[in-house]
Ligand binder design. Structure first.
Ligand code: C5P
Length: 654
């Protein structure tokens, strides 16, 4: 699997490129919620930004205030809120300007008081617009005094020190500036990333232990020098889920290859590798890659001070479910001020799975479940909760019981740092086809099954199969190839070789967009005819089965529940009167500007129903265990709601 870019590096480099003179091209940039708010903020402040793929060309501000006023919305991105607060406070104190920084409700509960205090100590003017010590903030003017050390607390979040170090080059340049850290500095590896990246932008900072940092005198405008081009490493915290996956599930002697970070990474979370090894993972690596497989099994419980890997340590808590004994993770007080109170959230959700959990102010202890429970996991709008708990779905591997599903609520929260997380997971994880849930929606023409099935798939994040499109595509392929309408063998051969893909709402046949061609009347008529032939039906079975992929499938057609997916967990048979269906189709055609006659549409539908019902193979009929839904009087939303309610009843979640 290939990792998305590092969030910590992306947002630091974006800010540095935005502050320095000239143009910097960033490669391998993370595209996620947190980097998007940083990009939006830089644009609002006057930077020029061109995106292409995972690259961005940024022309920076050369240490100048380009826009005298701005209101910046920074979502829930601590890596944007803290450094931008510092940079804008220093800029407005030296050059004027007034800037407001706000975020989502949770951002307004995440502390920033230590940074505000440090910046005020330096002479910046900052107003807290909500609660003291929390965003939203307004920064406006002030007079800097850099002759005295800037003092900042380091024991709540290391991002306060990072923010100061990134911004201080903007303060008076002819003298050295000293920063002193009060209290024990946490998450030190993140400060190393900051220093490393500042050095890439020409800023040298001398460090005495973790207590005192000295910034040498610099050129005006901050003295940041663009490196021209800079590559962002893959995200080491994101790698932790796949390292864990390899340690738990890569058991057949083949390693899971992770591309994007290697053992030489500048990110502190690469040290997660040591922790995973201590639990039993076998990890090897080189520049930009890691290979992971299961070593010891079951995993070994550990006791670990996790101060150096606060984010990746969450993954250890979930690996602990697969360990022998009790795992104890300590020195993790910072979990309480992250996207959510992660100690409380982790404890609550691990318990749902059956684990024994003891939590304290700054530690958590996890004992694996004796009996696993199927559970719907709350994610608290925290991307790492969603990613960590996806690993609980591997519970069958323990052999402790039958495989139980885990449901991740609001999985889209992974967009904060890893928008394609689940797609990536499913691309390297395999499940028995029989274990992949299918909802079959069958019914006659124009019963609305396509609309219903597509809406269900979208609500559940499942794949969608419009099996009618396969018959239509076979018909179209036959017409394109000039095959006679009654040449059964030739049409069946074509059906068996269909090169059909569904991409972003379009249907491609042999690479050509045939979305509209498939809906043509003549194609529909031929599809109806050939779909009665056993040779053609047989030829399309394998293709239909191939749609059964993680995390699940909603398939619509005529025989989804009776033939193709006999073991579907839920079968729905739609009925609607021919009159109602004719009226719907009539409306659809009119909307497209095609005139039609309701009576002949109805006659046509009834003839097609009769053909579908009367054929000897896979006649249209409800499966014995299908639930009938007459949607004649129902809106689409009501039908979707009804089927989702039936689905919920079949899932083992409360
Ligand atoms: O649903 P749609 O109108 O797109 O289907 C095209 C043709 O394929 C229909 O005439 C229908 O009889 C046939 N079909 C089928 N079995 C399916 C899906 C469609 O026989 N599972």
């Amino acid at each position: 699997m290939h990792l998305p870019g590092s969030k910590s590096i992306s947002n630091r480099v974006l800010l540095l490129a935005g502050l320095c003179a000239g143009t910097t091209t960033l490669h391998g940039l993370l595209a996620s919620d947190d980097t998007q708010v940083m990009l939006d903020a830089l644009r609002a402040l006057g930077c020029t930004i061109e995106r292409s793929g995972d690259s961005a060309r940024i022309t920076g501000l050369a240490g100048r205030v380009a826009v005298p006023q701005a209101k910046l919305f920074l979502g829930n991105a601590g890596t944007a809120m803290r450094p931008l607060t510092a940079a804008l406070a220093v800029l407005s104190a030296t050059q004027g300007g007034e800037f407001e920084l706000s975020g989502v409700a949770r951002m307004h509960e995440r502390p920033i008081g230590d940074l505000v205090d440090a910046l005020r100590g330096l002479g910046c003017r900052i107003d807290e617009l909500g609660q003291p010590g929390y965003p939203p903030l307004r920064v406006h003017g002030g007079t800097l005094d850099t002759t005295r050390p800037v003092r900042v607390r380091g024991d709540v979040s290391s991002q306060f020190l990072t923010a100061l170090l990134l911004a201080l080059p903007l303060a008076a340049s002819e003298s050295a500036v000293v920063v002193e850290v009060e209290g024990e500095l946490i998450s030190k590896p993140y400060i190393e990333i900051t220093l490393n990246l500042l050095a890439r932008f020409g800023i040298v900072i001398e460090r005495e232990g973790w207590q005192r940092f000295t910034l040498a005198p610099r050129a005006a405008g901050g003295g940041y020098r663009s490196p021209g081009e800079i590559a962002v490493e893959g995200d080491a915290s994101s790698a932790s889920y796949f390292i864990a996956l390899g340690a738990i599930a890569a058991s057949d002697g083949r390693a899971l290859r992770i591309e994007g970070v290697g053992l030489d990474s500048i990110q502190g979370d690469i040290r997660f590798v040591d922790a995973a090894r201590a639990m039993g993972a076998q990890v090897s690596g080189g520049p930009g890659w890691l290979d992971v497989q299961r070593g010891r099994w079951p995993l070994r419980a550990i006791e670990l001070d996790c101060n150096h890997i606060p984010d990746a340590a969450m993954t250890l808590a979930v690996m602990a479910l697969f360990a022998e004994g009790t795992t104890r993770l300590t020195n993790i007080a910072s979990w309480r001020v992250k996207e959510t109170d992660r100690i409380a959230a982790m404890a609550a959700e691990l318990r749902k799975l059956g684990a024994g959990v003891v939590e304290g102010a700054d530690f958590i202890e996890i004992t694996p479940p004796q009996t696993w429970h199927a559970a719907a996991i709350s994610t608290y709008d925290d991307h790492r909760m969603a990613m960590c708990f996806s690993l609980a779905s591997l519970n069958a591997i323990t052999g402790a019981g039958p495989g139980l599903p885990a449901r991740i609520l609001d999985p889209r929260c992974v967009g904060k740092t890893f928008p394609d997380y689940f797609e990536t997971l499913f691309s390297v994880a395999q499940a028995d086809a029989a274990a992949i849930p299918v909802i079959a929606v069958d019914g006659p023409s124009a019963s609305g099954k396509g609309t219903l099935a597509a809406a269900l798939a979208s609500a559940l994040g499942y794949h969608y199969l419009d099996s009618g499109a396969l018959y239509r595509a076979a018909a179209l392929a036959a017409r394109n190839a000039g095959v006679a309408d009654d040449d059964r063998a030739a049409i069946a051969r074509l059906a068996a070789m269909l090169d059909l893909r569904f991409e972003r709402g379009a249907t491609l046949l042999g690479g050509r967009d045939v979305t509209d061609a498939l809906r043509e009347e003549a194609v529909g008529v031929l599809a109806s005819k050939i779909s009665a032939w056993p040779e053609v039906r047989g030829a399309l079975v394998a293709l239909q089965l191939s749609f059964r992929r993680l995390p699940g499938l909603v398939a619509d057609g005529r025989d989804m529940g009776t033939v193709v997916f006999k073991d579907a967990k839920l079968k729905v048979f739609l009925t609607a009167s021919a009159a109602e269906r004719a009226a719907r189709r009539h409306k659809q055609l009119l909307a497209k500007g095609i005139s039609a006659n309701i009576e002949s549409l109805r006659a046509d539908l009834e003839a097609r129903d009769a053909r579908d019902r009367g054929r000897s193979v896979a006649p249209l009929e409800p499966a014995q265990d299908a639930l009938l839904l007459d949607n004649s009087g129902l809106t689409i939303e009501a039908s979707v709601e009804q089927v989702l309610a039936w689905w919920q009843e079949r899932c083992p979640f409360r």
